[in-house]
Design a protein around this ligand. Structure first.
Ligand code: 5GP
Ligand code: MN
Length: 329
């Protein structure tokens, strides 16, 4: 729940600001991009000047939301002056300096007032005003409330962006964050005419051959621990090259082993181009994986969490598997 005085402060700040910068986490997902587009549409209706700067490029599949072309790949030389001159910065779907990448570094160098709208367990006080609702299915759900509170017209791109948030972050209404409110949000958006079939097709039925090749490689690498309760696999730079796939095409891959009978926890170990290992943890809802991620500097939700670790796959995998097995003791 977001307290009433926080809502008040948030809507006041939005009302007063003229030049606003929006950002989100590295490797943005549907909720991150959807929230950015939704907030920018709310602000556009009020005639505000909006910039969206992200550390990472936008995954191609979400280009359909970037209809105004406002989302820009952050370039410190060109964009840092715009941050310095802004009246307000809005950080969406993240409260972790490290996961704000280069934009985060620029923000830490500026004293512009910042608000953070998020539904994760808070990692850092990245903003002066923290509008956090851990009970929200997605950041877009909070933005939907914001749209209502500010009297925005929820239609067109704004409605499509919000629908993309709730669709992707709940895994198409399958994960434990699928609340009655998430369904009501989807229902209201469908009543407003959101083309849900088209959005589903854009998000889930645009796999490149490379992504399917990666899926095959991941399945081939599946390993099991604890009598099948833990399923894990690796994604190496070699696999990405062999498949001609991009790193962002690993999105949703951590969900793959969930469908296997008896699996409770799944782990994807992805080797990044920068020489880190990114771990993605998923739980079907009986054991929490957040603390494990947190122990290695990561975070997220109880049943979907991640972290970036220094080291090679050979070093990281056994350490994490040891911790994962301990979840069942
Ligand atoms: P994914 O595994 O899909 O990257 O992320 C799953 C969840 O964990 C998301 O909610 C994401 O925000 C969070 N998460 C992933 N990696 C990190 C990380 O390195 N630090 C933090 N604080 N959260 C992470
Ligand atoms: Mn989210």
């Amino acid at each position: 729940m977001i307290e009433e005085h926080v809502w008040q402060e948030l809507t006041d700040r939005l009302e007063k600001a003229e030049r606003i910068v929006i950002t989100t986490h590295v490797n943005p997902d549907g909720d991150a991009i959807g929230s950015e587009v939704a907030v920018s549409e709310i602000l556009a209706q009020k005639g505000k000047q909006v910039h969206i700067f992200n550390h990472s490029p936008t995954p191609k599949l979400y280009d359909f939301l970037n209809v105004r072309g406002w989302i820009e790949h952050f370039d410190a030389d060109r964009h840092e002056p715009i941050i310095q001159e802004a009246d307000l910065v809005i950080i969406l779907d993240i409260s972790d300096w490290a996961r704000l990448g280069d934009v985060g570094k620029a923000l830490q160098r500026s004293d512009v007032y910042r608000v953070c709208i998020d539904h994760h367990i808070v990692s850092d006080q990245v903003a002066h005003l923290m509008a956090i609702d851990r009970g929200a299915s997605c950041t877009g759900e909070i933005v939907f409330d914001l749209a209502k509170r500010t009297g925005a017209r929820v239609s067109g791109t704004l409605a499509e962006a919000l629908y993309t948030c709730v669709l992707t972050d709940t895994g198409s209404f399958r994960f434990t964050n699928t609340t009655p409110k998430a369904h009501r949000m989807a229902a209201e958006l469908i009543e407003k005419g959101v083309p849900f079939l088209e959005i589903y097709e854009r998000v889930y039925e645009q796999n490149s051959p490379g992504r399917i090749c990666l899926l095959a490689e991941a399945i081939r690498d599946l390993h099991f621990e604890n009598g099948g309760k833990i399923a894990w696999f690796r994604v190496t730079q070699k696999m990405l090259k062999r498949c001609n796939a991009s790193y962002w095409e690993t999105e949703n891959l951590p969900e793959m082993p969930r469908s296997i009978q008896g699996v409770e926890v799944t782990i994807m170990f992805a080797e990044t181009a920068e020489g880190f290992v990114k771990i993605s943890l998923r739980s079907k809802g009986r054991v929490s994986v957040h603390d494990l991620a947190n122990k290695f500097g990561g975070g997220g939700h109880p049943y979907a969490a991640g972290a970036r670790l220094q080291g090679t796959l050979d070093e990281v995998v056994p350490v994490i598997l040891n911790e994962a097995k301990a979840l069942f003791r």
